[in-house]
Design a protein around this ligand. Structure first.
Ligand code: NBP
Length: 473
């Protein structure tokens, strides 16, 4: 038998292949298996894998036989049923203490279930978020592993070696028990949806209201990328705006259909917020914004029927609006992150996870889509107060939003007056205003519920549940 491998990997589609190469590049011998054997051989025989310590296995038995004990196997198969199928195929071949690692985009509740099922068999399970797509998998992803600390201690060294590195620190940390890693990855994706949507809305105002050219917009985003907004998404936005379609000679965005799809993790993050009872309206709006973009034909037909305000050409000072857009974007971004971190805080409490939210912000600084300078500020906020209830209460974020709010309100009001849809920017502002309003409208909601359903209400002046005979005394 050839030298045994440190780690195994199942599933050689785009993520599995790149992750295997990354692991091999760091000197770990890796045994790989794919359901379709031809893929295994074509990968191991490929130029990319040549000369690297990658061992092809044709069956689960062969894979298991080629691993050093205690064994560790990463599953990079399609999320859902395929993960359960692979666990069923592999677990009878494994021995107590061996570790199965699910690196796909699994739902955190599936991960909690699998963790329990495998624990009953004496096996350890790590459900881990891996962010950054193909490029991240190959050159350094952000890795969010859940599961027991003991299991993490065994494979954490490999994860930390292959993760993106920022300021000498790996973008990988143990997130917490069972489903914590996949939960945090889900919220990462929800924040990513919001981040993308807010940038898209700002671009849309620059284009449709201010009439700024694509080349000029590229310059604006490039300049923003030198300041507080410095991030991967702003950087690629500038790059996208600067590109031209070779076929037509038009700006690339002009030839791209305004219809966005989704794979589901944005939806999951919104559902998680709803289940935990935490307001995350900007993340939800970003998902709904994709939904409304998806009904292109219906929107085009509705545009013929439903009229907005009369269009008037913009005549003010464009430069001051561009500056206001920058402040509105950063203030809205702070609110979207505040929502995502509030959801993670609630999940920590609900599921008893040990998640260090400051560390989470640090491992998102590299290897993932929302990587940004801004994340250092979140870490500092949690350093100042590990029990921070909401990012908006941290002095840095509070000061920024207070200073930026005039510009932010101006943008949202201007968009409303002109009939320009800005669901994420405006929901973020409403979130800010609702969060900072000591007495809101819910007295009326309580009264209505008691009126039609005798649900009772609480009073401001004494404890207890009260009912009133509203109709007719
Ligand atoms: P896919 O999600 O497209 O899955 C394809 C892989 O799953 C192939 O290796 C396929 O084997 C295998 N597979 C299937 Br389908 N059913 C199987 C089964 N019942 N048993 C064993 N293997 C099965 O691959 P991917 O895009 O590389 O993504 C892998 C995971 O990583 C997914 O959970 C994905 O959501 C997640 N992820 C992907 C990205 C990305 O950018 N693509 C980013 C972050 C996370 P076959 O060759 O025999 O069909």
């Amino acid at each position: 038998m050839s030298e045994q491998a440190e780690i195994g990997l199942v599933g050689l589609a785009v993520m599995g292949q790149n992750l295997a190469l990354n692991i091999a590049d760091h000197g770990y011998r890796i045994a790989v298996f794919n359901r379709t054997t031809a893929t295994t051989h074509s990968f191991v025989g490929s130029e990319a894998a040549k000369g690297r310590p990658v061992l092809a296995c044709e069956t689960p038995d062969e894979l298991v036989a080629n691993l050093k004990r205690p064994r560790s196997i990463i599953l990079m198969v399609k999320a859902g049923e395929p993960v359960d199928q692979q666990i069923s195929a592999l677990s009878p071949l494994l021995q107590e203490g061996d570790i199965l690692i699910d690196g796909g985009n699994s739902h955190f509740r599936d991960t909690i279930r699998r963790d329990r099922e495998l624990a009953d068999k004496g096996l350890q399970f790590i459900g881990t978020g891996i962010s950054g797509g193909e490029e991240g998998a190959r050159n350094g992803p952000s890795i969010m592993p859940g599961g027991s600390e003991a299991a993490y201690d065994r494979v954490g060294g490999i994860f930390e070696a292959i993760a993106a590195q920022v300021d000498g620190e790996p973008c990988c940390t143990h997130i917490g028990a069972d489903g914590a890693g996949h939960f945090v990855k889900t919220i990462h994706n929800g924040i990513e949806y919001a981040d993308m949507q807010m940038i898209a809305e700002v671009y849309f105002i620059m284009k449709s209201l201010l009439g700024i050219s694509h080349a000029e917009m590229a310059d604006v985003f490039s300049a923003w990328n030198q300041g507080d907004l410095d991030s991967y998404l702003i950087e690629i936005t500038a790059d996208i705006l600067g590109q031209t379609d070779e076929e037509t000679g038009r700006p690339m965005l002009e030839v791209i259909l305004d219809r966005a799809g989704q794979k589901g993790t944005g939806q999951w993050s919104t559902a998680a917020a709803l289940e935990l009872g935490i307001a995350a309206p900007t993340i939800a709006e970003a998902v709904f914004a994709r939904n409304i973009s998806a009904i292109k034909e219906e929107r085009v037909a509705a545009a013929e029927v439903l009229k907005g305000p009369a269009e008037t050409a913009f005549t003010g000072d464009k430069a001051s609006i561009v500056d206001a857009l920058r402040d509105a974007l950063l203030a809205s971004k702070i609110c979207a992150y505040a929502q995502g971190f509030a959801v993670m805080q609630a999940a920590k409490e609900e599921f008893g996870w040990s998640t260090d939210l400051g560390r989470v912000s640090m491992i998102w600084r590299g290897g993932c889509i929302i990587r940004a300078r801004f994340l250092n500020r979140i870490k500092e906020a949690y350093d100042r107060d590990p029990d921070l209830k909401n990012l908006l209460l941290d002095p840095y974020f509070k000061d920024f939003v207070e200073r930026g709010q005039t510009a932010w309100r101006r943008i949202v009001a201007m968009a409303a007056e002109r009939g320009i849809p800005v669901p994420a920017l405006s929901s973020a502002l409403s979130y800010y205003d609702a969060y900072r309003t000591g007495r809101v409208w819910a007295d009326m909601i309580q009264a209505q519920r008691d009126y039609f359903g005798a649900h009772t209400f609480e009073r401001v002046d004494k404890p207890g549940a009260f009912h009133r005979g509203w109709a007719g005394g």
